[in-house]
Design a protein. Sequence first.
Length: 161
Amino acid sequence: MNQKTEKGLWAKLIQLISQHKRETAALVAFLLGAVLAIVLLVNGQLEGGAFVSLFGLSLLAGVVIALWGSFSELKIFGSSIRLKELTGEAERAIQSLEKGRVTVYRQILTLTMRQHGVISGYYDKRIPEFFLVVDEIKQQGLFAELSSQVDELAGQLLNQQ
């Protein structure tokens, strides 16, 4: 095979793995457990029953990983856990926290515009605070959501300066 064919095959394999992440993780977990069980059996560190148990547990782990998204309820010793409801609640909580984070930074930007009493000499002491907040917004990856407010407040600072 030439290099172009190899690169094309690797690209296809990587694309296939990225499309089927859960199935790939399940297969890798099963293979790791199965290989570990076989190696321990061959080295004499496991006997027949322990080998079957370890092999079965690796198979079970692979199946659980592969089917995790379709589990809705898990019952263990009479106690049940509703997984889909918990996942939905967690996703709603995360979305709420993201909105709250944007709101907090929007409020912080507004607070940097308040006069702190004195403009010393030729520069406004609000400007360094404003730039610190803008840098933090960029680090948090929220600049796209807050760019219009940053532009507006920067314009106000320039006019007042």
